[in-house]
Design a binder for this molecule. Structure first.
Ligand SMILES: *Cc1c(COP(=O)(O)O)cnc(C)c1O
Length: 402
């Protein structure tokens, strides 16, 4: 299957951009890259990808981390995580094609979309993925023809109204529906390996994860009493990162979850599906001022990236990214407006941000912008999506995969 064009790196890379010890997110490095490659840019730092993976792995000892591709399905990120030993959470045929092209072992992948077409199941099976997620009887029946070749996790829903993005509304069965699904699976001969949940993205506190682990522990016990030994618990994603508001460290966030997991019975393998925590801090967006205008006593700056591009996460993901101007001036700051490039009036990034006086060509940098940004960007009005530059210890990673 051909990759969508945006997954192809736009540049033939030429090697080192700067020294291996230079932080690609430092102002001088960003300026260098913008001068050389233009704007808008999404700069990815593979060292940060690996560091986030290792940090979460340390905070959740013994948990097998499956990177959820959805927030940032970039080949360089997937390859870095593949080499770091990660497993992968796939949900679509495009994601299957990507990990397949990168030579990821299918045994390291699970397919977690609760609703699948027949051809989605066959595409994943053809690659070699054998673990799937279901949350209702109709989906379970779709696996009857593959009984003996597949196993499923039953996704349970725990509502999470305080999460910024509550994913438990759209997917997952009520905890009290689990026994009937286990019974149906037994009748169909489809093996149920365990349970999964996803409490929602950018969780504000670990309480929902802890409650869900405890509720699943009770479901495991009930299943065991009916002679069905479940052995996998998948605790999903939701691990938060810091945007404009401070948030708890990942170590503090995970400690009570790890404690709840430690109370599970022996012989239960635990998975997690982090996306944002790995992707968000690994990317910065660089946009340039295309033009400016003085309106109602304020400077409006029109950037070459906006809500229809990398800042789409402000709409879909409700994120507010830390933004700053990349100018050395220590002069005064003025309340300003940052707008995107399209002719649509909703395409305004920030209505009230203090910035120094900017000129055409000056750069604005958005931090924590690796997750749910470029992935959901469009080319509305024919403004191209940001060029992605994946940096690994000073080198631009070439997309060597055709
Ligand atoms: C999107 C998604 C994830 C990743 O969630 P984050 O909050 O970004 O970590 C994990 N699992 C499933 C099933 C998802 O849909």
């Amino acid at each position: 299957m051909a990759q969508p064009s945006h997954l192809r790196a736009p540049h033939a890379a030429t090697g080192a951009e700067f020294g291996a010890d230079v932080d690609p997110f430092a102002p001088a490095a960003i300026e260098h890259l913008a001068r050389r490659y233009g704007s808008p840019l999404l700069i990815l730092d593979l060292e940060r990808v690996r560091a986030q993976y290792r940090r979460l792995a340390a905070a959740l000892p013994g948990v097998k981390l499956h990177y959820a591709l959805k927030p940032l399905p970039h080949p360089a990120v997937v390859a870095a995580l593949r080499d770091a030993g990660a497993s992968f959470d796939l949900a679509t045929n495009g994601e299957v094609a990507l990990v397949r092209r990168l030579g990821v072992a299918p045994s390291r992948c699970i397919h977690t979309h609760p609703i699948k077409r027949e051809r989605d199941i066959r595409t994943a099976l053809d690659f070699g993925v054998t673990r799937f997620v279901v949350d209702n009887p109709d989906e379970l029946r779709k696996f009857a023809p593959y009984a003996g070749r597949v196993e499923v996790l039953v996704r349970v829903s725990f509502r999470s109204p305080q999460a910024v993005v509550d994913l438990s509304r759209k997917f997952g069965c009520a905890p009290d529906a689990v026994p009937a699904l286990l019974e149906l699976a037994a009748r169909l001969g489809v093996r149920v390996a365990g349970l999964s949940f996803h409490v929602g993205s950018q969780a504000g506190a670990p309480d929902k994860h802890v409650e869900a682990v405890e509720a699943c522990a009770a479901l495991f016990e009930a299943a065991a009493q009916h002679g069905q030994a479940l052995e996998i618990l998948d605790i999903g994603g939701g691990f938060p990162v810091e945007y404009r508001d401070t948030c708890t460290s990942i170590e503090a966030f995970c400690a009570p979850i790890a404690a709840a997991l430690a109370r599970l019975g022996p012989g239960i393998e635990v998975f997690a599906e982090p996306g944002r925590f790995i992707a968000a801090p690994s990317g910065v967006v660089v946009a340039a001022v295309m033009g400016r205008a003085r309106r109602d006593g304020r400077w409006w700056y029109y950037l070459d990236d906006g809500l229809y591009g990398s800042f789409s996460g402000q709409m879909f993901d409700h994120a507010r990214y830390p933004l700053d101007a990349l100018v050395s001036s220590s002069g005064p700051k003025y309340p300003s407006v940052l707008a995107g490039p399209t002719c649509d009036s909703i395409d305004v990034i920030d209505e009230d941000i203090d910035l120094p006086l900017l000129d055409v060509g000056d750069l604005i940098v958005g931090r924590q912008m690796g997750a749910y940004t470029w992935a959901s960007a469009s080319e509305f009005n024919f403004f191209p999506r940001a060029t992605v530059l994946a940096l690994d210890r000073g080198r631009l990673v070439e997309d060597e995969w055709p």
